[in-house]
Write a protein that binds this ligand. Structure first.
Ligand code: ADP
Ligand code: MG
Length: 352
């Protein structure tokens, strides 16, 4: 494009909250044939809210977190996890994490009057969850329970997806039914597992499972809401003949539920993509000869924004994402993706 055309397009973009980084991208945007949206924070608001807490007992959900085991098991009822125990464990483990899922859990726990203490130690596993070492307070011992143990023993708490537990040698399948139910509702369900809790210790004493054996304490779920204009953005792109895809680290079921809400076909959903694999996913789409626009907001999205034919970041996104992108949408509105493409088309049409 001529400098004058570039100037016109850039100005038109700026007036519409669409910032183009130079004339090159202004020319390229019109040729985009595939738009790949990140899910969380891009198609959805990214404002997670805690919606569900399910307490487990030896592999099955407990209706109210109490009551004796059906088999009259070796453990007293008071040693089971209650919903509050599960939420407290999850919140303490997550309190050091900046992840939106973590913040929703901590805020949700506080809103329910739970005292969220600091973990002894904490490690975040990108794209999977967190692992934390917690002390007895986090396990929620009552005064009676504490008095039986002088030294408050530490336990390990894992909060995250199936892979996090599996990689740590804990079988996530007992929670599968609960997980799937929540995921079908479009929620992000997370497993809460413990190791070295009072329960497991007791079990050791009775010659049961070895101490290192972790167990599922429960499941917590967060919900996010789809942006008001996400569906319109998808349908306008499809009217133009553009393929629309979604990419996310979230699980397949949750991803498909959200895709359905915005009108993205199930076969165009790439779920359970690890942060470091998002750019590979975009590259493989482009290897099919497509010209892809990646739209994202997170640190995780930056490499994918960089490899895409056009990288588009949201204005509220992280600095890393904005730096890696060619276009920034100041209004964080998915419909502005269509505007960016139209401005490119209009600008180039003028100079022909
Ligand atoms: P997204 O692509 O949606 O931003 P991430 O790649 O950050 O997601 O994470 C992928 C999945 O890993 C999440 O859906 C969740 O199951 C799990 N996960 C990541 N971080 C956390 C966390 N802090 N606590 C619990 N689960 C987490
Ligand atoms: Mg995101």
């Amino acid at each position: 494009a001529t400098p004058a055309a570039t100037m016109v397009g850039t100005t038109l973009g700026a007036q519409n909250g669409v910032l183009f980084k130079g004339g090159d991208v202004l020319e390229r945007a019109k040729d985009v044939d595939t738009v790949v949206f990140d899910k969380t924070g891009t198609l959805t608001r990214g404002e997670m809210e805690l919606t569900d807490v399910v307490a487990f007992d030896g592999g099955s959900p407990v209706a109210d977190g109490g009551g004796p085991a059906a088999d009259g098991g070796q453990l007293a009822a008071r040693e089971r996890f209650t919903e509050n125990d599960v939420l407290r464990l999850a919140a303490v483990a997550e309190s050091g994490s900046e992840h939106p899922l973590a913040r929703a859990i901590v805020d949700g726990a506080k809103a329910r009057g739970i005292d969220v203490t600091d973990p002894v130690d904490f490690e975040s596993v990108p794209g999977q969850g967190v692992k934390a070492t917690v002390d007895g307070r986090a396990v929620g011992r009552t005064a009676e329970r504490s008095s039986r143990d002088e030294a408050e023993p530490r336990g390990e708490v894992l909060v995250g997806n199936r892979k996090l537990l599996r990689d740590d040698g804990i079988d996530p399948t007992p929670a599968e039914e609960t997980m799937e139910r929540l995921e079908r509702e479009g929620k992000t369900a997370m497993l809460v597992a413990v190791r070295g809790s009072e329960r497991s210790e007791n079990r050791d004493a009775s010659g049961g499972q070895p101490r290192a054996e972790g167990e599922i304490a429960g499941v917590v779920a967060n919900a996010d809401t789809v942006k008001g204009s996400a569906r319109a953005a998808v349908s306008q792109l499809r009217e133009r003949g553009t393929d629309v895809m979604m990419i996310t680290g979230d699980n397949e079921r949750t991803a498909r539920a959200v895709a359905e809400q915005v009108g993205i076909a199930p076969e165009n959903v790439r779920a359970e993509v690890l942060p470091e694999d998002k750019s590979d996913a975009v590259e493989s789409i482009q290897d099919e000869g497509r010209k892809a626009m990646m739209v994202g907001d997170g640190v995780n999205d930056a490499p994918a924004l960089a490899v895409a034919y056009v990288g588009t970041a949201l204005g509220s996104g992280t600095d890393v994402a904005i730096e890696a992108a060619d276009v920034t949408l100041m209004r964080d509105d998915p419909v502005d993706v269509v505007k960016a493409i139209r401005i490119s088309e209009a600008t180039l049409a003028k100079i022909r």
